[in-house]
Structures are given as C-alpha cells and as structure tokens.
Design a protein around this ligand. Structure first.
Ligand SMILES: Cc1cc2nc3c(=O)[nH]c(=O)nc-3n(C[C@H](O)[C@H](O)[C@H](O)COP(=O)(O)OP(=O)(O)OC[C@H]3O[C@@H](n4cnc5c(N)ncnc54)[C@H](O)[C@@H]3O)c2cc1C
Length: 583
C-alpha cells in the first residue's frame, strides 16, 4: 500500500477555489496563510503515510483485545499515539485557552481525510474526543471546561459518544439508561450502551464518556433525554485522576472491519455523572457533537476512496494483461498495462473525478463551519450556519457511498488479487463499510435532508443557494451544469409539494434525492475548479480542466435519470404492500 497525501490539490482548493482571504477575515485566523497551511498539511501527510499506514494491516490482523477486564490496542498503536499527541495533532482546531492551536476547521477536515485514508481504526481513538471537546467547550460550565478540556486537547484524556443501546439505534427516544439526582449536583447513571467507539482502551489516562440518559419523571421519547459527562476515572478537585467510576466494559465487538478500533459494550452501574446543558435538552446538545462527527465520517469515506484510487492506479500502471486497443502503447510486448484498457481507465477517472469533486465540496462547506463560528456579521454567520446544516447530511452520505463505490472499484481493478488479503484492498472495503452506517445511517441522513433541510429558515436558504448556483452555471455558459441544477430544482419542488400530500412518497425517494443533490452541487464545484484552472499553465491545471469535462459528460448526466425516478416512481413503491412480501 502506498499513500501520497494530496497536498497540492488541497492547497489549490484552499487558495484558488475558496481563497484564504475568507478565512483571514475571521477573528483569530488573521495570520493563517498559505505557508502555514501547506506546512501543516505536509507534516500531517508525512505522519499518515510513514507512521499510520505501516500499522494499518497489523491493526486489522491483531485487532483490539478485551482480556481480564482491560482493553488493549493492537501492536504499534500506543507508540504511534504517543507521537500523535506529542506532535499536537489532537489540538489542531481547539481553543488556545485550553492549549489548542486554534487553526481553522477546514484545515482539520483535510487532516481527517489523511488519517482516515491511512488508518481509520487508529484515527477513531482521537476522533470522538474532538467532537466531545467541542461539545463541552460550547455547553459545559466553566469549572468543567477548565478541569477537563486541557487534557482532552493534549490527548492524554479521550472522549466517547454514548448514545446507542441494544434496542435504541436510530430511534434514540427509545433509550432506557436512567439518571437519578444525588442531591449534591451530581447524578447516578445506570444502564447499558453498545457499539461505543473507543469506549475503553489503553492509550489515554482517562476516558470521558458523554452519555445520554433519562431523568426520573422526564417525558418519554426524545424530549426527555439529558446529557451527562461520566468519566472512566473520577477527577479530583486538583484535576488529578482519582477513583474508578462505575463504568465497566462488558465486551468488545467482533466485526467486519476497523478491527483495531475497540467498539465496546459499556455498563453504567451507579456511575457518577455531571449534567451537561439543560435537563431534557440533551439531544440538542448532542447534535453539536453528531454534526461534527458526520462531517468527519464524510472525510473518512473520502480518504478511503482516495487511498483505494491511488493504489488501483499504481497497480494499473504496473500490471500487464491482454492487448490494448490500437494504437498499442507497447506493440513489442505480449500484453499491455491494464491502464490502457479503456474500461480500466474510465473506472480510474470516475473515481478521481468524484474524489476531487467531493474534496472541493468539503473545503467549500467546512470553510462555512469556520465562518459560522467566527463571522462578526450575524447574517453572514446565519447563512453559513444554514449551509453547513444543508451540507452535513449530503457530505456524510455521498462521501461514504463514494468510499464504498471507490474501494469496490479499486478492488475490482486488482482482479482476484483484490480479493486476497496481500494487497490490502479487501481491508479497505471492509474498513469503509462502517462509514455508511454509523453517525446515523445514510438513509437517515437522506431523511434529514428532505424533512428538515428543505423547510423553515434552512429551506428558505436552500432556495437562494440553489438559485445562486444555477445563475453561476448560466453565467459560465455551462449547459450541462445548468441542466443538472434544473433537475435538482425541479426535484426539490416535487419533494416540497409531496411533503404535504404524501409523506411516504417523499421518504421513498429521499436517498435518490440526496444523490441528485450531491451530484448537481459537485457539478458546480467542478465548474468552479475549471474556472479557477482556466488559462493556467502546467499539467495540474490541464488535468483539472480535463477531469471537469469528464465529470460533466460521464457522471453528471445521472441527475436526469434520478429526477425521473424521484418524480415518477411513487406508484411503483406504493403499489406493493408490505403484506405482499409474505405472498
Ligand atoms: C463499529 C461501530 C461503531 C459505532 N460507534 C458508536 C459510538 O461511538 N456511539 C454510539 O452511540 N453509537 C455507535 N454506533 C452505533 C451506530 O451509530 C448505529 O448502529 C446506527 O446509528 C444505526 O443504529 P442500529 O444499528 O440500531 O440500526 P437501526 O436503527 O435498527 O436501523 C436498521 C435499518 O433501518 C433503517 N432505518 C431505521 N430508521 C429509519 C428511518 N426513520 N428511515 C429510514 N430508514 C430507517 C436504517 O437505515 C437501517 O438500515 C456504532 C456502530 C458500529 C457498528
């Protein structure tokens, strides 16, 4: 396996697609410049390919272990984690008051892509910590922030997100975990959580669980959920690690992929917890963390797509089979490199066009997460907020689906050699599979898009947003992108119309609508990249123009068939009753 961090592409997006000035206008980011961005990305890329990639297969083969009540990480993970935190990678976009570097989120997600590409199982040990950190920084009282956050930024303590229970996955309103007030401001937490990423491990001195539970007498469903901080070890007044809290690791899961990541079943037995935010408002607080995680999961899918593409390309440039169509590049050889087979070339280009387009969408969207947080103009911040809300389900679903599509395509390009373990392609497929499932399955993201993001204030923003991009495509005289945007606008109008009349019809096409949305917006990204590359010398810019052409001619036309299935498929679904499955 090889991995070359796509730093040149990332820098192109930061400096020529969106422009660093947009970041430099934000308080706290005035000094963020090209050389700093490039240096950080180069270093992250080096760490990912030289430290994380070499232990990726070991992590898969060895897995995390649960023995005698303790969870251990695979060989090499501890050493890599020590280096990871010494280099400061756990505090990239954290508050400098807590020891963080205060760098933009858009830089962080690009690093996320590299870590996800090279060793997703390792990455997960710090991933939830970041979401937990930002949640606590936004929501927790000062004394908790001061006591806990510096250690999270330093990476010596990690965080988890404890939502799922055996019978409560997507529908968290069904949860059973209970919280009882102790009368001294603390709470007793009792219940069982499953599938908790990094719920226990040997990399940090303490683990801070963010647990959702129901207080006695609270309303049923999602309106009665509160959020608690439950440390593995209680923390003394002076900030030192104290007694073990009532959190027990019952088991770890044996799973299809990310085997080096410990996915834990945790029992909370009279564990001491601290209320975070208001009573019964826990899910709203938790969504702050979940939205960050959804963007991060998107970058996992993108990273895995990219490493799969890079290795498939290397293989196609090395493997000789069959004769290619005339004119044959190596007419003196018995067989040509498989990259000269047009079908192989098309598959590689399809991967690359989607990967680079998705990366552009990531930079564009997460830049708005920075604007949303720091812009001084309230209306600019509000628009950025709507854009991030709109793009979160789109990125999470489309990028993780792309991860699956690209890892499978790359595996296909290896032929039978992709199926065996040696080259690592089958591990990429297995590791990527989780990205479409956790942080809310992709179906649930699609539902979020059609039911929440097309209505209310975000819905009004969405209309403006779609019109702006349609006008941009018209101004640029790009008929393929104009058509795709018109398909999206027509599908949006249909979804809105049906929402009142036939909710089932809308839900039945939500995933198709999300895909149409993603393709059309990525078409706009390609148009913007092509415009940025116009008139510039060098193969990098020439390739951008060529791949933009490939995207609009080979991938974007799918929006037309999606529009047809979205608006025309209602009777086909409704005509078959659930009871008919039994016939
Ligand atoms: C490796 C791993 C790590 C995880 N890490 C964490 C973690 O750190 N913290 C945590 O709390 N959880 C974690 N999870 C749990 C994960 O988030 C859930 O598995 C996921 O949310 C889905 O819940 P479920 O498995 O119960 O599926 P279910 O909710 O039972 O869903 C089953 C199927 O029904 C579909 N479905 C359900 N409701 C709807 C709907 N309204 N509309 C359309 N389709 C629907 C789903 O898309 C899915 O295909 C992890 C899971 C795994 C496997």
């Amino acid at each position: 396996m090889k991995y070359d961090a796509p730093v040149q592409d990332m820098m192109f997006l930061l400096t020529e697609l969106v422009g660093l000035e947009q970041l430099q206008e934000l308080p706290g980011h005035e000094d963020f410049d090209e050389s700093l961005a490039e240096a950080v990305l180069e270093e992250a890329g080096k760490f990912a390919s030289t430290e994380l990639l070499p232990i990726n297969q070991v992590g898969d083969q060895h897995g995390a272990m649960h023995e005698n009540g303790n969870v251990t990480t695979p060989p090499g993970f501890k050493e890599a984690y020590t280096q990871f935190i010494e280099n400061g990678w756990t505090g990239i976009d954290s508050n400098p008051d807590h020891g963080g570097q205060g760098l933009p989120k858009v830089l962080h997600v690009l690093i996320d892509e590299m870590l996800g590409a090279t060793n997703l199982a390792f990455k997960l040990y710090s991933e939830l910590s970041r979401g937990a950190y930002h949640l606590l920084d936004n929501t927790a009282p000062d004394e908790i922030r001061e006591k806990y956050l510096p250690n999270m930024v330093a990476g010596t303590w990690s965080g988890t997100m404890c939502l799922t229970e055996p019978h409560a996955g997507t529908d968290l309103g069904l949860l059973n975990t209970k919280a009882t007030a102790n009368g001294d401001g603390t709470y007793k937490i009792n219940g069982s959580k499953i599938f908790i990423t990094s719920g226990d491990h040997d990399l940090t001195e303490n683990i801070l669980h963010l647990v959702i539970a129901r207080l006695e007498g609270a309303p049923a469903g999602t309106k009665g959920i509160s959020l608690f901080l439950v440390p593995k070890f209680l923390v003394n007044d002076d900030g030192s690690v104290g007694d073990r809290n009532g959190v027990v690791t019952a088991s770890i899961e044996h799973k299809m992929g990310i085997k080096g990541s410990a996915t834990c079943a945790l029992n909370f037995d009279d564990a001491t917890g601290y209320l975070i935010g208001e009573e019964n408002r826990g899910l709203a607080a938790m969504f702050k963390m979940m939205n960050i995680e959804r963007m991060t999961v998107a970058m996992q899918g993108l990273g895995l797509a990219d490493i799969a593409y890079q290795n498939a390309l290397a293989y196609a440039l090395d493997r000789r089979q069959s004769k290619a169509p005339a004119p044959r590049p190596d007419s003196n050889k018995a067989a040509d490199l498989i990259v000269y087979q047009p079908e192989v070339k098309r598959q590689l280009l399809k991967m690359r066009a989607q990967i680079e387009g998705a990366r552009a969408l990531a930079v564009y969207s997460v830049l708005h997460a920075d604007i949303m947080e720091k812009a001084e103009d309230a209306s600019v911040a509000a628009d950025a907020h709507h854009l991030v809300a709109l793009m979160t389900p789109v990125m999470k679903s489309f990028f993780s689906d792309l991860g699956m599509e690209a890892t499978l395509s790359a595996q296909q390009l290896y032929g039978g050699h992709g199926f065996i373990a040696e080259h690592g392609m089958e591990q990429l497929v297995r590791d990527c599979r989780i990205t479409t499932l956790y942080e809310g399955t992709n179906e649930v993201q699609a539902l979020d898009l059609v039911s929440r993001k097309l209505t209310g204030a975000t819905g009004e923003f969405t209309d403006r947003f779609l019109d702006e991009w349609l006008n941009y495509a018209k101004e640029q005289d790009a008929p393929d992108v104009v058509s795709a945007m018109e398909h999206l606008i027509e599908a949006t109008a249909w979804v809105r119309e049906q929402q009142e009349a036939d909710d089932a019809a809308v839900r039945g096409v939500a995933s198709q609508y999300l895909r149409l949305f993603s393709l059309a917006i990525i078409g706009c990204m390609w148009l913007k990249m092509k415009t940025a590359a116009q008139g510039k010398d060098g193969s990098f810019y020439a390739n951008k123009r060529k791949i933009a052409f490939f995207f609009v001619k080979q991938i974007l036309p799918e929006t037309e068939s999606l529009l047809t299935t979205i608006t025309g498929g209602r009777d086909a679904l409704a005509g078959f009753d659930v009871a008919d499955f039994g016939e």
